[in-house]
Ligand binder design. Sequence first.
Ligand code: GLC
Length: 557
Amino acid sequence: MQQKWWHGKTAYQIYPRSFKDSNGDGVGDLPGIIEKIPYLAELGIELLWISPIYKSPFADMGYDISDYQDIDPVFGSMEDFKRLKAEADKYGIGIIMDLVVNHCSDEHEWFKKACADPSCKEASYFIIREGKDGKVPNNLRANFGGSVWDKLPGHDNLYYCHFFHKKQPDLDWFNPELRQKIYEMMNWWLVDMGIAGFRVDAIMCIGKDPSYPQYEPDDVGDGMCSCGKMNSDNVDVAINFLHEMNEQTFRKHDKFAVGEVFGISKENVADFIGDNGVFSSIFDFSAREALTGHYCFYGFEKLSVARYREVVFAAQETAGDCGFLAPVIENHDEPRGVSTWLPPMWHNAKGAKALGTVNLTLKGIPFIFQGQELGMLNTRFDNIDELDDCQSKDQYAMCKAHGLSETVTMQVLNDQARDHGRVPMSWDDSEYAGFSTVKPWMKVNQDKDTVNVATEAKDPDSVLNYYRKLIKLRRDPQYKEIFTYGEFVPMDDPNGHTLAYLRRTSDRTIMVVANFGAWPVQFPVNESSTILLSSDRVKVENNQLTVAEGSSAIVLL
Ligand code: GLC
């Protein structure tokens, strides 16, 4: 594997609407992020992914971009962005912007021109087709529900394609001119603005079949087929485009790119993250994929720890020494990791620390989502009005249409909604959690009195201080090499609730154990083995490592 400047770094994701409000409008902004850069530096972060801050009508919270080269006024200005970049530079933190190029917004000038004149150049940037017998061109279902086709405004028998919200028209990647426009925009951010790289959004959706055939309906019963089917049948199409993107942007300028990619396998992993792969890394969504077995999330069932271990370890094995995954436990599209992956008895600080140990010691480039380092849990939503996300609203309607009661529907959302990752970051225990001086756009988390930065910073045993130690250990010059490049070797699980593995280089071995069971577990170690870090009760005695329930250990063998 070729060594790269991003190897060994720890990344952090900011959801800018909910990170820190500096101007008292209840919405997070760039000056808010600038204010908190020293906090991120103290945590040990070296790469900072910021979810979209571009101009947007916010139909999908900024993932619908109306101008790729401007900042939305709700977040600030281009001047603010430059100040943010300068502040991040001071602390050696690289900025990663979100690249959303499967689609843009219907308020982007290209789409407005397309509507005004479907024969214009900009119209060819979109996927516009004639209807068939007065109906939509084919039977694909969008990711947010309904057909992928909507009438092109102002035209009777013309439809445009959108794999997400109807305000997110898909771009036609088969158009070479459009692709060049995208690469130019990317290089402007990468080179002129000097960012470290991109997180590449929903990118496998560009793998399309331009003939838009009719699909065999899936088991949902609406005569449609999930648009994901077209994507999974056309992975090679996406990979080809992405090779071109990589050559013309990331590789050319030695920049970082992490892809939002689902469905990796031994066969295709090198295409994504090998030395000649299209990305520097891709998120490890193996647990999420194992969880989402159903089109609608009322099929939701928790994974056992044993299953979580199985799929996460399998992903590590799939990546092997080919390249780096990006381990994650949560993001802005997910409920909180501790609430989702752990048994209820560990929905607390102990569980958060032990899961953090796993997140930060698996092989790869770990991403921490804002608030994860505090051990934030899911937010309790009492009614649908407390949720904002378009997907949640859709799912609420779908549950209701299927006859689910209000109580069951709200339970589904409390288990699964994307909104959990979108509530304000808890900075202190004040009314609005130190996020804002006014009522924020989303409700604050019910645990903010205890789970917040100010309180945790003072407590040496807090989740926050544990994350600081974890990242410090990863960055320690003595161990950086082994945490970065050390082989991942799975170990057996003695109680069905433990993740245990080795990280190994030619001259040393580190053992990691995280016990999510109800009793202690033991592993044989050496006489000279030393505990580098433990999250709770852990001891080495008589060549035995004992890790108490709800604890984790990192041991140098
Ligand atoms: C990605 C984003 C998600 C967004 C979708 C469409 O999955 O993470 O928030 O809704 O793409 O852009």
